[in-house]
Design a protein around this ligand. Sequence first.
Ligand SMILES: [Cu+2]
Length: 147
Amino acid sequence: MKATVFVTLLLFSYAINAQDIVFEKTWIKAVPSSLKMSAMFGILKNKTDKDIKLISVSGDLAKNIEIHNHIKTNGVMKMRKIPFLLVPANSQVELKPMHEHIMFIGLNKKLEMGKSHEFVMNFEGGKTLKITAEVKKMDDAHKGHHH
Ligand SMILES: [Cu+2]
């Protein structure tokens, strides 16, 4: 019995290490159902020795899914669409509120707390990454996640 568990764990960790691009600690911000916009956050890790560029995210949660950033203009933080998100070789970018995020415009579904949604991240060069993210309240998502 013990040996079986050990072997299973080994296989599991191998599968994780085999992935050179991962999107971790993903979450989608819960919003009132009257609001047709939300955003997705997480940590995008690039374990390869080449820079990667996230160019789009596909999914059926919203009519438009865009990559956004917040930029200070005349002292006011405003979000705007960016053509890609660069993650340098062997590093990571944290998508978080008031920084880079994946924007959902025109939600097709109600965001139910605790429910997961699937997406595909598309990178320059044709690489794709299937991801899932759970709907959470902003405070919950930040618990146990202090820097
Ligand atoms: Cu945005």
